[in-house]
Design a protein. Structure first.
Length: 61
């Protein structure tokens, strides 16, 4: 069931990352996956080009 899987994942994220339940539920599934993949070493860190592209896409103002 989805609710049981979500509860297990919320517990895992809480234990591994220290996220409170409201932080878990505000995160998208893609955000949770990205954080867990980074911890597992499955993500490549962003480089300067990535940062520049993101800064151009989302300027602070």
């Amino acid at each position: 069931m989805f609710s049981e899987a979500a509860a297990r994942l919320a517990g895992l994220v809480g234990a591994a990352l220290g996220w409170r339940p409201d932080e878990f539920w505000r995160a998208t599934p893609a955000e949770v996956a990205a954080v867990l993949n980074a911890i597992a070493g499955e993500e490549t860190p962003a480089d300067g080009a990535d940062l520049g592209r993101l800064m151009a896409m989302f300027p602070d103002g």
